[in-house]
Ligand binder design. Structure first.
Ligand SMILES: Nc1ncnc2c1ncn2[C@@H]1O[C@H](COP(=O)(O)OP(=O)(O)OP(=O)(O)O)[C@@H](O)[C@H]1O
Ligand SMILES: [Mg+2]
Length: 376
């Protein structure tokens, strides 16, 4: 086996990265906290430990040539250790530690966007937390976000009536102007160390209102040629300015005044799951190629597609436990279960992708397929 890739994190994204590694004849070593973590079953090697476990992360680094991240919330002392190992040349890190440090903190990330002239919602940073006496110049509708550790809408509170949520009190955060948007989209970009870039078409995102969790992704997004091209070039500009290595997801709002970047993820992303079936190269393969200095093919879409997350609710329990598929493969329905044993409301238990002749048909069939799974 060739180069060994260490992956910090062992969830479903890690599992897909391991599969891509195998296809490319790379060796995967994951850091898992439990034997039932999704990626454990598919990794070539597993080191047990939490993301903050310096000793076991060090063991993982000893076992690999390149290290990459499935999650961005890596604690500071672990990042420091990885940076030391990178500096002495014993390991390569992709994306780089400085990129991760920047993106980990939403206040620093937003400041960087502003500094680089990238359109983003006006914001203020509150390093000591925000309270009812804080001066917030955005009217009664704004968004409070924890500076660190938020994901899947956790750590984000939309304020509609000027009343600050208690849960946010005290924690370092940013306050952002509410962005009136027509749509949310994301663009996935891969970049390798030689500076070669590859970009997917725009993905349209729809969120489950119960928890701001990604519900459905559709591609083509139907933005029209001009906006599509603008979104792609904005995402490319972001990743080039970061000098990022690996796959990045650039989340944006489509507004009347144009595009605004919401946030950047320095990793493969849930929004790109449909690249497995709908493109000739998946985001996971592109990430592995990018971090191992392989050439990056331009992704080519074979069919329109939609992906729905299988977010846990009691109606899905049976389908989830039995890992039901839909007898519809010929119709382009692909069901993926992650094999997670602990269901929690809106937890991502799997996803399904539908490829079809049009985005609308794919989206409709994806919704119908989720309903079929709930009905069993
Ligand atoms: N300024 C804003 N104006 C309007 N809506 C917003 C704003 N900021 C965030 N949102 C909404 O909240 C969602 C979550 O925010 P954001 O993407 O910043 O947080 P996150 O929890 O890090 O996201 P993720 O789910 O990608 O991990 C966004 O997708 C969007 O729907
Ligand atoms: Mg987001």
């Amino acid at each position: 086996m060739g180069t060994a890739i260490g992956i910090l994190g062992a969830g479903q994204l890690g599992a897909y990265l391991c599969r891509a590694a195998r296809q490319l004849r790379l060796r995967s070593v994951v850091l898992a906290s439990r034997p039932d973590d999704v990626a454990v079953a598919v990794a070539d090697e597993v080191i047990y430990g939490g993301l903050g476990d310096v000793v076991n992360v060090a063991r993982l680094l000893d076992r690999c040539d390149v290290v990459t991240f499935e999650r961005e919330d890596v604690p500071v002392d672990v990042l420091d250790m990885i940076a030391d190992r990178a500096a002495d040349g014993s390991i390569r890190v992709a994306p780089g530690v400085e990129t991760l440090r920047l993106i980990q903190n939403k206040a620093d990330q937003k400041a960087w966007l502003v500094e680089h002239g990238i359109p983003t919602a006006p914001f203020l940073r509150f390093d000591n937390g925000v309270n009812e006496h804080s001066d917030i110049p955005f009217g009664s509708r704004y968004v409070v976000k924890r500076q660190r550790g938020g994901y899947d809408g956790l750590g984000v509170a939309v304020v509609k009536d000027g009343l600050l949520p208690q849960a946010m009190a005290g924690a370092p955060c940013i306050v952002e102007q509410w962005v009136e948007h027509e749509q949310e989209v994301a663009v996935l970009v891969a970049r390798n160390a030689a500076g070669q870039l590859a970009v997917y078409p725009v993905f349209a995102m729809d969120f489950d209102a119960r928890g701001n969790v990604l519900r459905q992704v559709v591609c083509p997004a139907g933005l029209g040629d001009r906006l599509e091209a603008q979104a792609r070039s904005l995402a490319l500009r972001v990743v080039e300015a970061l000098e990022g290595v690996g796959v990045f997801a650039v989340e944006m709002f489509v507004t009347q005044a144009g595009l605004m970047v919401n946030e950047i993820s320095p990793r493969v992303h849930n929004v790109g799951h449909l690249t497995i079936e709908a493109f000739d190269v998946s985001q996971f393969e592109l990430h592995m190629r990018a971090i191992s200095d392989l050439p990056l093919p331009a992704p080519c879409q074979s069919q329109a597609a939609a992906m729905n997350n299988l977010l846990y609710e009691p109606e899905l329990d049976r389908a989830c436990r039995d890992r039901m598929s839909i007898d519809d493969q010929a119709e382009g329905v692909h069901v993926h279960w992650y094999g997670k044993s602990e269901p929690r409301l809106l937890r991502k238990m799997g996803h399904l992708t539908v490829v079809s002749v049009s985005a609308l048909q794919a989206a409709q069939r994806a919704d119908a397929s989720v309903n079929l799974l709930k009905a069993v």
